[in-house]
Design a protein around this ligand. Structure first.
Ligand code: PLP
Length: 391
């Protein structure tokens, strides 16, 4: 039976995630140190787990409001006000989703007509391009470079705008580069979006993971931008809660209403227990966030130093938990580098090409991994690169 005739063309045309394929191979191997998956190595802080247990004890096991529990929407509103100085109405401007992943999909499905263009910066999170395609949109990547610390510039965005450009998808701090964007560089982008009447999807999932004492600024905080921004954030990375699957979108009421229509028919609501846990995270866990952040910063300093010592030039990521070293000195393509490193030294990194064409020449190393493992991984990479040099 030829199943492809039953499967929608747009799904057939989308390749499987390069990361997933790679990690299926990793799972069949032993003694691998994985710097691959973008996930905190911490277990969720105890008080959050306890809130989830308590929620179950109290029997909070049913559906919630489609938008999310009033308590969590209020907690999100207070958190965003406190941390990023933007005011959202918890009754009409916040929707709780199953991770940022779902919120992104809802936003794209709510906004896009066939052929609408979505501009995004690249290298970028693996989901952006396929998510736009699955919504019949046209993804338009803008290349960013190490020379600009992987920041996207207003003039580069301006250059690709056409009458079909509907949305700009920003993601700072960035997965996989660790790039951040200072307020001074966001301002001309905000200005451009207002002038060219574009809506912004701002994925700020790494907003708590900004280093060197810097502060994260949301584009929604600029004058006139709250009205044209869908701010996406969640608990996965900041609170080590990937498995709880809680994200949220903050946006003008009519946009939330449109997203809610898709959400209520596709998903209904995020898990009740997870929402209770998320309230605890947002209201009471800033100390835990600070501790994890300073630990990540220590690991970042270590891994960036070591990669540069090894001869793989690595810029200093200012946010998220990824180092993105150049592998061009080895003469290998990123996929070959990653496969050879995996088979010969049992270290898993992600080929930069998984993040778009502009990621070629790099690999992503997640440093949300214990220091002892990071040290061993760097020693193994050093040996690997040394042996390449001799062969
Ligand atoms: N956005 C970015 C930039 C990410 O790196 C990830 C996960 O790696 C996600 C969204 C998905 O997050 P969630 O677990 O909230 O669905």
């Amino acid at each position: 039976m030829t199943f492809s005739r039953y499967i929608a063309d747009r799904v057939l045309e989308i390749p499987r995630s390069g990361i997933r394929d790679f990690f299926e191979v990793v799972q069949t191997m032993t003694d691998v140190i994985s710097l691959g998956i973008g996930e905190p190595d911490y277990v969720t802080p105890w008080r959050i787990r306890e809130a989830a247990i308590f929620a179950m004890e109290k029997g909070k096991t049913g559906y919630t409001s489609n938008l999310g529990t009033p308590k969590l929407r209020q907690a999100v509103a207070s958190y965003i006000q406190r941390r990023y100085n933007i005011t959202y109405d918890p009754h009409s401007e916040i929707l709780v989703s199953v991770g940022v992943s779902e919120a992104l999909d809802l936003a794209l499905r709510a906004l896009l007509n066939p052929g609408d263009e979505v501009i995004y910066h690249e290298p970028s999170y693996v989901s952006y391009n396929p998510s736009v395609l699955l919504c019949y949109g046209k993804p338009v990547p803008v290349r960013t470079s190490v020379e600009q610390e992987f920041r996207v510039l207003a003039e580069d965005i301006d250059r690709v705008i056409t009458p079909c450009s509907k949305a700009l998808l920003l993601s700072f701090p960035t997965n996989p580069t660790g790039g951040t964007i200072p307020a001074a560089d966001l301002e001309p982008i905000a200005d451009l979006c207002r002038r060219r009447d574009m809506i912004v999807l701002s994925d700020e999932i790494y907003s708590e993971l900004v280093y060197d004492g810097a502060e994260h600024t949301s584009i929604a905080s600029f004058p006139g931008m709250k009205e044209r921004t869908i701010l996406l954030n969640g608990c996965s990375k900041s609170y080590a809660m990937t498995g709880f699957r809680v994200g949220y979108a903050c946006a003008p009421g009519p946009i939330i209403e449109a997203m809610m229509k898709v959400h209520q028919y596709a998903i209904m609501c995020a898990s009740n227990v997870s929402q209770e846990a998320a309230v605890e995270a947002l209201e009471n866990c800033q100390n835990e966030v600070v501790t994890m952040r300073s630990d990540y910063e220590r690991r970042r300093n270590f891994i960036v130093n070591r990669l540069n010592e090894i001869g793989l030039p690595c810029h200093t990521p200012r946010g998220a938990f990824y180092a993105f070293p150049s592998i061009t000195p080895t003469g290998l393509k990123s996929k070959d580098f990653s496969l050879q490193l995996l088979t010969s030294k049992r270290v898993a990194v992600v080929p930069g090409s998984a993040f778009g064409n502009s990621g070629e020449g790099y690999v992503r190393c997640c440093f949300a991994t214990g220091m002892d493992k990071l040290k061993e991984a760097m020693d193994r990479i050093e040996k690997f690169v040394g042996e390449l040099g001799r062969s």
